[in-house]
Design a protein around this ligand. Structure first.
Ligand code: NOJ
Length: 551
């Protein structure tokens, strides 16, 4: 029987730290982060005050999409280490009180996956090909793609194969890069294979999975053209390859597997769907546990939009009894310091490409990002912190073309700068790159770090009053204490336009000033933590948040 969303379960209010393994810490000196580096830095994460890690894909991969092209779901990429090291990491993290979530990629695999290689060698209509989405092309010679679907990385969503006799053959669907063929989730082999993979990692003690492209697995019968659409894909309830009702049966089956363990395992969905009601369908009682709330991530720093996102998310999740999950950044979007450094119009900000033409004030961006982190960590539910967020790292906006690796860059004909700017290895210590990312004499980091990051390194900020790292440490410590952030209620309090003020528990108040006017504290309030200095009259200035204990 499926366990209900237990009110006291750890994941309902967990703070999860996202480790992007190739950029977190390099243990073997090849300039690419790995499991050895991560193991050595586990004490840092435990000390930060998080509850769990989510590790981006660490499986064998040709790295055409930074590991999201998985060649073998039940092994470790040699660049990152070995299965024995992964098991040791799980053991060590658990000993420090940290849960570990992995990343599962069920929509597509690598074109080097054994199944896809078998499918390419097999005949059209064969069982091997049925595990993927092969179709003949249109037109006299079949040289037009089977439908009009477009890749998320640019260009058509189809790649044509070559038959054994050298003649052009059928096409296969790949919503992302050509090297990422989509699975056919109508094929029972696919369901069985992923269930085996879940158990493989759960049996080794993995506490859960983040599900990549969770809304994409099922495609509309007959693969109809998208045609002209009035809504953006993620808002379109009738899109032929996003958010189809069939995905929910898959997650019900996965939930049963997760619940079959004595200490039930959990899932978090990466599902870019809109509005909140549709997202909430993924976190019904017998489906997934949590889902990233991207509506909040892309919301500009404007009080009304933030308030609407928070209110809408909480209401939608309440309908199904699931907690909300807040996130400000990840390895796919421009870092929030750089997003908030730009003029905040009503339009959502997501990619570096959205920012480049806009004037930037990075000091302001950091000030807002610090306030945003106190707002996020005061909200009911779980929160995700992307590595380097606790250091206040900005997006690296000027990486030279020659080092860019994200397939978006090439696939858009170099129009999009892609996502490498948020994936630069993080600075640990020292005056110059590689800033302790690797052992002393090592290959340079796989992406170059800006020299200015010396001031943002972990050691430069540790123990420094007012640093962003100190702010995160204090916030996470307070969140775990008894100040009232444990439950799920949130009460908006009356406040001037452009401000967000709410209470939680008994006496905790969070005030966020998104307006230009200073905001007075309630009489008798005790300041627990503030994201920036209060003004001479003890008021909260613009772009600043405070946590208070009131009577
Ligand atoms: C979402 C992942 O977060 C992203 O990095 C990846 O490129 C796509 N899914 C495809 O797997």
């Amino acid at each position: 029987m499926t366990a209900p969303h237990t009110p006291s379960a750890w994941w309902r209010s967990a703070v999860v730290y996202q480790v992007y393994p190739r950029s977190f810490a390099d243990g073997n000196g090849d300039g690419i982060g790995d499991i050895a580096g991560l193991r050595a830095r586990l004490p840092y994460l435990a000390d930060l005050g998080i509850d769990a890690l989510w590790i981006n894909p660490w499986y064998p991969s040709p790295m055409k999409d930074a590991g999201y092209d998985v060649a073998d779901y039940r092994a470790i990429e040699p660049l990152f280490g070995t299965l024995a090291e992964a098991e040791a990491l799980l053991h060590e993290a658990h000993a420090l009180g940290l849960k570990v979530l992995l990343d599962i990629v069920p929509n597509h695999c690598s074109d080097q996956h054994v199944w896809f290689q078998q499918a390419l060698r097999a005949a059209p209509g064969s069982p091997e090909r049925d595990r993927f989405v092969f179709r003949p092309g249109k037109g006299v010679n079949g040289d037009t793609p089977p439908n009009d679907w477009v890749s998320e990385f640019g260009g058509p969503a189809w790649t044509r194969t070559t038959n054994a006799d050298g003649q052009p053959g059928d096409w296969y669907l790949r919503i992302f890069a050509p090297e990422q063929p989509d699975f056919n989730w109508d094929n029972p082999d696919v369901l069985a294979e992923f269930e085996t993979t879940l158990r493989f990692w759960f049996d080794r003690g993995v506490d859960g999975f983040r599900i990549d492209v969770a809304h994409g697995l099922v495609k509309a019968a007959g693969l109809p053209d998208v045609g002209p659409r009035s809504l953006p894909a993620h808002e379109d309830a009738h899109h032929p390859h996003w958010d189809l009702p069939g995905v929910h049966a898959i997650y019900r089956a996965w939930r049963k597997i997760a619940d079959s363990y004595a200490d039930p395992r959990i899932f978090v969905a990466e599902a870019w769907v809109h509005p909140g009601d549709r997202l909430a369908r993924y976190v019904r009682n017998d489906e997934l546990h949590t889902a990233f709330n991207f509506d909040y991530l892309v919301a500009p720093w404007r009080a009304e939009q933030l308030r609407a996102s928070i209110t809408g998310t909480l209401a939608a999740h309440a309908q199904v009894g699931a907690p909300a999950t807040w996130v400000l950044s990840n390895h796919d979007v421009a870092r929030e310091v750089s997003r908030y450094a730009r003029p905040q119009t009503a339009a959502p900000l997501r990619w570096l490409d959205d920012l480049l033409s806009q004037p930037a004030d990075f000091a302001l961006g950091l000030q807002r990002a610090r306030a945003a982190s106190l707002l996020m960590l005061a909200l009911p539910g779980g929160a995700y912190i992307y590595q380097g967020e606790e250091l206040g790292l900005p997006e690296v906006e000027d990486l030279p073309d020659a080092v860019l690796q994200d397939p978006m860059f090439a696939q858009t004909g170099r129009k999009s700068r892609g996502r490498d700017g948020c994936r630069v290895p993080i600075p640990w210590e020292g005056a110059q790159p590689h800033f302790g990312f690797s052992p002393p004499t090592s290959a340079p980091p796989w992406l170059p770090q800006p020299a200015a990051w010396a001031a943002l390194s972990v050691s430069a900020q540790s123990g420094v009053a007012g640093s962003t790292l100190s702010l995160y440490r204090q916030a996470l410590q307070l969140r775990r204490s008894d100040i009232g952030l444990g439950g799920y209620g949130l009460q908006w309090l009356p406040s001037p336009e452009g401000t967000l003020v709410f209470s939680r528990g008994s006496g905790f108040v969070c005030m966020v000033n998104v307006s230009a006017e200073p905001l007075a504290l309630p009489a008798g309030a005790k300041v627990l933590l503030n994201s920036g200095a209060l003004d001479a009259q003890g008021r909260v200035p613009a772009d600043t948040a405070v946590w208070l204990q009131t009577e």
